[in-house]
Write a protein that binds this ligand. Sequence first.
Ligand code: GTP
Length: 601
Amino acid sequence: TPPELIRNFCIIAHIDHGKSTLADRMLQETGVVEQRLMRAQYLDRMDIERERGITIKSQAVRLPWAVVDEDGRETAHILNMIDTPGHVDFTYEVSRSLAACEGAVLLVDAAQGIEAQTLANLYLAMENDLAIIPVLNKIDLPAAQPEKYAEELAGLIGCAPEDVMRVSGKTGEGVIELLDTIVRTLPAPTGNADAPARAMIFDSVYDTYRGVVTYVRVIDGNLTPREKIAMMSTKATHELLEIGVISPDPVPSKGLGIGEVGYLITGVKDVRQSRVGDTVTTATKPATEALGGYKDPRPMVFSGLYPIDGSDYPVLRDALDRLKLNDAALVYEPETSAALGFGFRVGFLGMLHLEIVRERLEREHDLDLISTLPNVVYEVQLDDGTQVEVTNPSEFPGGKIASVTEPVVRATILAPSDFIGTIMELCQSRRGTLRGMDYLSPERVEMRYTLPLAEIVFDFFDMLKSRTKGYASLDYEPDGEQEADLVKVDILLQGDTVDAFSSIVHRDKAYPYGVMMAGKLKDLIPRQQFEVPIQAAIGARVIARETIRAIRKDVLAKCYGGDISRKRKLLEKQKEGKKRMKMVGSVEVPQEAFIAALSQD
Ligand code: GTP
């Protein structure tokens, strides 16, 4: 297809504003999927994605669409719809999907208005110089306020309110007009046909039968079947076994030219050999310069993962090895803990990534896992000039520390203006710095903050939601590092450190953390024959203390707080005679006590 007949676009939207529904409707209207074959949310292929209603992996679909000009002449076009992941953990993947497009449909729920993710995605799209088509969705809803929100949206992107399109992904209203508008207003791709081939990888997915399927957008030159290709970041070459387009199933093609979007299969078995953001060229006539914007995925959050049943360790190892084939951002290494046994220290892009990985391990490999409190990555500068990267709090150096830096994010919060005070209070308590504030309308405000990643990964969003009665939305992206007064708090049982509970916290929060953890363990650890002190300490300085009084052995059951199903599970485990004791120094602690202490957070 000649580039002037191609349009590459994506749909950007806040979660639940109806992106998948609209995408499905476009597949239907363009005849790519017949109505009767329509499976709900065709694009979200993974089970977990479907259940949670989120899109993790981007995909691309080729849609034929003919527009009729004033003289009644029909011209067939090709639309490539590139799906973008919908969560903050995957900002980099979103930015690459956007970079593969010339334009974006900015989709806003006509009953909700602009939200934080709408803005964050719009900013990313603007950074990539995309043409924006503003669209209000769900106009069939009785609660829709298209007039009001068209005004808001027009104000935001600087167009007239009449230029804001109105559609319903559900009823199909306005969708044909939207497809026409995509052809008429988005620029066609341009590139150099005679230059050596350059294609950008915007997604790479592991398939059990076919190996890695790589999604690319051709920028210059062209790619043809049965040639050797090279990855420009690593110089690795691969045989090109198949090249094709998705519409909506994969169809082999004779090649991909400028502006075209499709997939490549090379037989590699690991997505690390085909990385998002990398440039594909031909091995025989390679391009000299890679396309800009390539970044290695960098894990932001680390946690220890341990099998509850120690004999499952090999299963966990195999499961991680398998998962890694499909997840270039997942890193891990073996780790042992006195409290939890053998496990792995695993790095994730963020909390959602962590949850997804954990859930897949438990569900697909039938594992019961416990994870330690997640932590971010710290850079520690010692007095003697050496620098240490700390991904596990128990490895925080004990010597003379010159400085510690932690990762920070740039957060966008959108909320009704009544909540400004509440939000400022919350952000301040999380060591945030206000960077700017704008009113989208008299009653809605956008607040921009710099916040330490460690302060928002766990419960920040929940707190924000509950304090704003659910009205605030949040989006954030990595924004470098900052120096901070951080210390390691250890928890000791009769003088011995319990590794799984060491935590790196701001000095002002060390005492509350120590008191909380010592109190919790006091309630969870059964009494021993002797008195057991529980201490929280920074280095050699004890900051909090509890004591477990000595008596005869206790029944475990009544000790547990926390959630009922977990408790029942623990009791069942005990009945099975599987009670596992861990020795911390001379203190005998059931592993379940550690698990309960960790799982309550
Ligand atoms: P994520 O993939 O989670 O980001 O969500 P999404 O933006 O893809 O939203 P999705 O298409 O899953 O729609 C979210 C909800 O809105 C679903 O319950 C849809 O049925 C509903 N919905 C989507 N479009 C429309 C519409 O045009 N009208 C109405 N009434 N409901 C819609």
